[in-house]
Design a protein around this ligand. Structure first.
Ligand SMILES: [Zn+2]
Ligand SMILES: [Zn+2]
Length: 414
């Protein structure tokens, strides 16, 4: 009997060569941060970008076919890229080798003006044509952030068939995106056979971004071949768990103005012809409303192969809520590292470790907020229009909390 073990994987990130991405998205920083997040595998993203391709080849070493390991940190990389098609729909592509990446890139480059410049290239081909090319080279393809109101398959089409045409059979997964989860997606009948991936689409390497969504895969060994089997659900390999945002925390969960973020019901938005009545900005349809339009069922119908979806929030945000600091502040980062170093990974801290043990490492106030997160008693302010949702303590929880520890001003210098 083959024994399976669980490995965490985040397939979709962007390098510093994609638009609006942190200059710190370099190979070493990603490899180091992925380890802290407990990720065995991270997608390279942007593998068609010439400079990124060169740094990947320099810093990674192939340890099994298609499995590339960082020389210093040991993080395993799978070659991935996101492309935009002629309808501005985004697709995630997973590739078996550097040489395949070169061949596929060469074919696609004929239809792209920006493939040398932008890590996420625009390709002047249909989804069907792109799927044709990449599957001829043994790559996997599936739609990125399938429901977002920009650049997604369900923004442009009412079905995957309309998008991928005759090549629909080549699609083995969809990426849920931050604003959707399994309960939402499984209201749509045509998705029943597909594997759902929950990826971060990170544009910066910090712990609230990289690996903020990931997949736990059940594999015999941590290799590319096994990863592909898991996505295709072959020989007992599979996704064991999707770990992702509470979809309300995503940027596009509810229908809202893309300029001032005022939120609307569908009826209101339609009545206003999708123009905000406060600022005249465009109103963007939320993922929840889009799923309601597409849904075949009022309630989710999970196929038997569908894994659980664990709803999480970034631990840094939960800590920041307790200390009243920005999730990117040095204080929060220090607490985050202490907890993650002590208990192995973020999910253990957020979900599994008993409060008594957490208390040995961090303040009672942070532990109380983690407990409230676990019991679902924090308030969730939903995101929309391009602004993330966020957590609030709410008056009940705030009243119960032990006081904030007083930090001496000198700690931060002057
Ligand atoms: Zn995208
Ligand atoms: Zn507005």
């Amino acid at each position: 009997m083959t024994e399976f073990r669980s490995y965490a994987a985040d397939f979709h990130i962007h390098s510093k060569y994609s638009g609006a991405t942190s200059s710190q998205m370099d190979v070493s920083t990603i490899a180091a941060q992925a380890r802290l997040k407990g990720l065995t595998f991270v997608g390279t993203g942007d593998v068609f970008h010439p400079a990124w391709f060169r740094s990947l080849k320099e810093e990674l070493v192939e340890v099994a076919a298609g499995t590339y390991e960082h020389r210093r940190y040991g993080t395993k990389f799978i070659l991935t890229v996101e492309v935009e098609d002629q309808n501005r729909v985004h697709h995630v592509i997973i590739l078996p080798s550097f040489s395949t990446a070169e061949s596929v890139r060469e074919e696609l480059a004929r239809y792209s003006k920006d493939i040398d410049r932008d890590g996420r290239a625009h390709i002047e081909l249909s989804a069907q044509e792109i799927a044709d090319i990449v599957t001829a080279h043994d790559c996997l393809i599936g739609p990125s952030h399938a429901f977002t109101p920009w650049t997604s398959v369900y923004k442009e089409f009412d079905s995957l068939k309309e998008c991928y045409g005759d090549r629909l059979g080549a699609v083995s997964f969809i990426e849920l995106g931050l604003s959707a989860d399994t309960d939402m997606a499984d209201r749509i009948a045509e998705l029943a056979d597909l594997t759902f991936l929950s990826n971060s689409d990170a544009h910066s390497p910090w712990p609230d971004k990289l690996g903020r969504e990931f997949n736990r895969l059940g594999l015999a060994e941590p290799t590319y071949a096994e990863v592909i089997k898991a996505i295709r659900r072959e020989d007992g390999r599979r996704v064991l768990l999707n770990v992702g945002f509470d979809p309300r925390l995503g940027k596009y969960h509810v229908t809202a103005c893309s300029r001032c973020f005022k939120q609307f019901t569908m009826e209101e938005a339609v009545g206003l012809k999708w123009r905000c009545d406060d600022c005249r900005g465009w109103i963007k349809k939320g993922v929840m409303d889009r799923v309601n339009e597409l849904a075949d069922y009022p309630e989710p119908r999970h196929p038997s192969h569908r894994p659980e979806y664990l709803r999480i929030a970034p631990l840094a945000e939960v800590i920041g809520l307790a200390t009243g600091e920005d999730p990117h502040s040095p204080g929060v980062k220090a607490e985050w590292e202490k907890l993650v170093m002590s208990f192995g990974d973020e999910i253990s801290v957020l979900v599994d470790v008993v409060p008594e043990l957490l208390l040995e490492v961090t303040s009672p106030r942070i532990v109380e907020v983690i407990k409230s997160f676990r019991t679902g008693t924090l308030r969730v302010i939903p995101g929309g229009g391009g602004r993330y949702g966020h957590l609030e303590l709410g008056t009940e929880v705030a009243r119960r909390l032990p006081p904030k520890p007083q930090r001496k001003l000198t700690e931060f210098g002057t």
